[in-house]
Ligand binder design. Structure first.
Ligand SMILES: O=C([O-])CC(=O)C(=O)O
Ligand SMILES: [Mg+2]
Length: 655
């Protein structure tokens, strides 16, 4: 039993022998195909009927690959147990060939009640739809009424998901026009609850699920994705989902949610988005014991084994979809840094938690410093949390300082990172993870500071950033100590406080607490959205507006910019530019209200600005593969022509 993937598991797992060959995967695509499912001829032949307990039979795989290349109608794939099987490739029909229910049942083709009388006749839809014709706005009205009638956010999420599964245009119109209300439902915080319960909520597949058992078939699996030539992929291994830890395959809600935002916030066509979860087992005991758990029921594989799997995945992704940009999401810190370092120079990829979060916090920091009354040079920053996000953010801020003329050493000196063991110092006595070493302090004179309070007392910071995934770490005494150290510098100075962990249940403090404990002076940003609130002081009512320092303000624009500039890789400068352009994208009203990010309703406008500047940075760095004449032509028109080019290419459903 030991070599068997499901070995840790219970008796409800079917034995390999009980799987019939005809139940195995099918794949492939015709070259001119545009969309999924339709007519699938299922005929498969197991070519390795070897002992199911044995490990993967490489020679059988090679044999199958050889046969697959000789016969273009056939491919190969591994089943759940790593055995190789051969099968006939999927035959597709195009939208033009489809009629009747084939159209109504394909969410990307279905226009709901928007089909015109002519279309209804031409596509054999008469009688399949009610009499009325409605534009998207009208259909949104119905959907909104339904969503608002639901009692819980999970129910609202599920309702939205059924719309997405039936009529993609309607789903995105809803999301785009009601961003403030809908985004927390399809993204953080609700998505955190969805991931926790994903195996129970599951009704239908929405992503590619690639398990370590199928690692020799990654190319086939990628080709099984029904939509041609995806441009952006969000991939996770579920090992660090938001601040919720290892959720295994249940973490797939994150790639799905992030990609919904790529479409809503940056207008990448939904057909061009590809969510992927790599199933490498899980360390989550609750999942392993859950009879409904959907992933591989085995312990998470060791880091080294996953490295090989990841290499194969990245190679396969590049070969099958050479134009696709890959966004790494919610890998645990060590892997997150490793993969970014390993692939960033050879593949089109970036890490959202390190680079996206880094950029969005930098943008907020630029705005906050302007309002704080503490000059940039005098700022001192304490980071609570030294994982991928904490270190990623701190490095992005170091780059900002160095771009403003500070030496790297002087810039780094402005940061004090704290983890569960206290201030990160060189002589702390424990083995520091590689990614923390850069920020380890040497000026502590042998003294170790074990608590956040001690660190604040010692550092006297002007800014406190939280990326700990621990609710309530910013206690009243911590926040008051931060305020006191800022007040000591002079009148009118304001503390910067960013409790950034997601979802809301992991936020280091709430917005109301931050306002109360700083007597309203705080410059605040959180990862998940808090609501505004008003307080009456004397005759005045003062409304406090929070900021959401979430990477949703940058990753859609970074991805779109990389795609449209046809960048061969994503450079540091492109990431840095996303932050600088986001900081500069506030309008007069937002500045007047003291905000440090654009309102979430304007995220699409901000993403277009970010994408435009990212494209320009790609060109400056020599990684854009667009023809030089194209750039010269755009330059003659300033930003107008490039903005127009972007707007003409983005998805904006209107009927
Ligand atoms: O998903 C979010 O809201 C932000 C993020 O990347 C994370 O917390 O890992
Ligand atoms: Mg993330």
């Amino acid at each position: 039993m030991a070599a068997y993937a499901y070995s840790t598991s219970s008796s409800d797992i079917p034995t390999p022998r009980s799987i019939s060959p005809s139940a195995s995967v099918i794949s492939g695509r015709s070259s001119q195909s545009s969309i999924s499912n339709k007519r699938m001829s299922i005929s498969s032949r197991r070519i390795s009927a070897s002992n199911p307990m044995s490990s993967v039979d490489i020679s059988a795989i090679e044999e199958a690959m050889k046969m697959a290349t000789l016969d273009t109608h056939r491919g190969y794939a591994q089943n759940h147990y790593g055995q190789v099987q051969q099968y006939a490739k999927t035959e597709y029909i195009s939208q033009n060939q489809a009629a009747g229910y084939q159209i109504l049942r394909e969410p990307l083709w279905n226009k709901g009640l928007s089909f015109t009388p002519e279309q209804r006749v031409a596509r054999n839809l008469t009688g399949l739809l009610p009499h009325v014709m409605e534009n998207l706005d009208k259909q949104c009205e119905r959907a909104l009424r339904m969503i608002r009638s639901r009692q819980t956010n999970i129910d609202r999420y599920l309702y939205l998901s059924t719309i997405k599964d039936q009529n993609v245009d309607l789903f995105y119109r809803l999301l785009i026009d009601n961003a403030k209300e809908m985004m927390p439902l399809v993204y953080t915080p609700t998505i955190g609850d969805v991931c926790l319960q994903y195996s129970t909520l599951y009704t239908r597949p929405e992503a590619l699920y690639i398990s370590i058992k199928q690692r020799k078939s990654i190319k086939t699996i990628l080709q099984n994705w029904p939509y041609p030539n995806p441009e952006i992929c969000v991939v996770t291994d579920g090992s660090r989902i938001l601040g919720l830890g290892d959720l295994g395959v249940n973490g797939v809600g994150i790639p799905i949610g992030k990609l919904a935002l790529y479409t809503a916030a940056a207008g990448i066509h939904p057909e061009k988005t590809l969510p992927i979860v790599l199933d490498c087992g899980t360390a989550n005991e609750t999942n392993l014991k859950d009879p409904l758990y959907l992933g591989m029921r085995s312990k998470r594989i060791p880091v080294e084994e996953q490295q090989e799997f990841m290499d194969e995945f990245m190679e396969a992704a590049r070969e099958v979809y050479p134009e696709m940009v890959v966004q790494f999401e919610d890998f645990e810190s060590e892997k997150a840094f490793n993969y970014l370092d390993r692939y960033r120079h050879t593949h089109k990829c970036f890490n959202d938690d390190i680079q996206g979060t880094g950029a969005v916090v930098l943008a907020g920091y630029i705005g906050a410093v302007n309002l704080s009354g503490v000059p940039l040079e005098e700022q001192r920053l304490v980071f609570m949390g030294a994982g991928s996000a904490g270190v990623g953010v701190a490095k992005q801020l170091v780059e900002y300082y160095t771009k403003r003329g500070l030496s790297e050493a002087a810039a780094r000196d402005k940061f004090w990172l704290v983890d569960t063991k206290g201030l990160v110092t060189k002589d702390r006595g424990d083995k520091l993870a590689d990614h923390k070493k850069y920020f380890a302090r040497t000026d502590n004179n042998g003294h170790q500071f074990r608590t956040l309070e001690e660190v604040i007392e010692y550092v006297k910071p002007s800014a406190l950033v939280g990326l700990t995934a621990t609710f309530g770490v910013f206690t009243e005494s911590v926040v008051r100590a931060l305020k006191a150290s800022v007040d000591a510098g002079g009148l009118g100075r304001r503390p910067i406080l960013f409790p950034l962990s997601n979802p809301l249940t992991k936020a280091e403090c709430t917005f109301e607490q931050a306002v109360q404990w700083t007597e309203g002076t705080v410059l605040f940003a959180s990862g998940s959205p808090f609501s505004s609130f008003s307080v009456k002081t004397g005759d005045h009512i003062v409304t406090h507006h929070p900021n959401q320092g979430n990477n949703v303000y940058v990753f859609p624009g970074i991805g779109l910019g990389a795609i449209l500039s046809k960048a061969s890789k994503v450079t540091d400068n492109m990431i840095y530019t996303s932050a600088a352009s986001l900081a500069a994208s506030l309008n007069a009203d937002e500045i007047h209200k003291g905000l440090i990010y654009p309102r979430i309703e304007r995220v699409r406008e901000a993403s277009i600005i970010v994408a435009r500047e990212v494209m320009k940075a790609a060109r400056l760095d020599g990684v854009s593969t667009l023809p030089e004449e194209q750039w010269i032509e755009w330059e003659e028109w300033g930003d107008v022509a490039l903005t127009k080019y972007i707007k003409e290419r983005i998805y904006d459903p209107v009927i």
